[in-house]
Ligand binder design. Structure first.
Ligand code: AMP
Length: 112
């Protein structure tokens, strides 16, 4: 179990911006841009490498929910980035998959 499960269970506070049966979105505690939201499945999946075909529906749901949150945050038209860091070289620090929704400023490419 990670801190994100504690956020799901409301045992640790977070600024929640969206919630439904399958997922939760809250503001990153260390934002890298004016908008930086983390969208997570309520199901505990440590990394994208652990996702299976049984997770098809929840992963699709995350991808379809992210643009709704971007619209809610007012960054959908301007543009935003969806990021799923996986394991050490990508800088994953919390082993409960989370989609970063980042926007509100021009974003550089490629990532550092
Ligand atoms: P990653 O490096 O992709 O694993 O991203 C983990 C993210 O979780 C980082 O951007 C952290 O700032 C963020 N984070 C860690 N703990 C919390 C928390 N309690 N509430 C909100 N965001 C968090």
């Amino acid at each position: 179990m990670t801190i994100f499960t504690k956020i799901i269970n409301k045992e640790v506070p977070a600024e929640i911006v969206y919630e439904d049966e399958h997922c939760l979105a809250f503001r990153d505690i260390n934002p890298q841009a004016p908008t930086h939201v983390l969208l997570i499945p309520k199901k505990e999946i440590p990394t994208m490498n652990d996702a299976t075909p049984a997770d098809r529906t929840i992963l699709g749901h995350l991808l379809l929910t992210a643009p709704k949150i971007a619209a809610q945050e007012g960054i959908a038209e301007d543009g935003y980035r969806l990021v799923l860091n996986t394991n050490a070289s990508a800088g994953q620090t919390v082993f409960h998959i989370h989609m970063h929704i980042i926007g509100g400023r021009p974003l550089g490419w490629p990532p550092g």
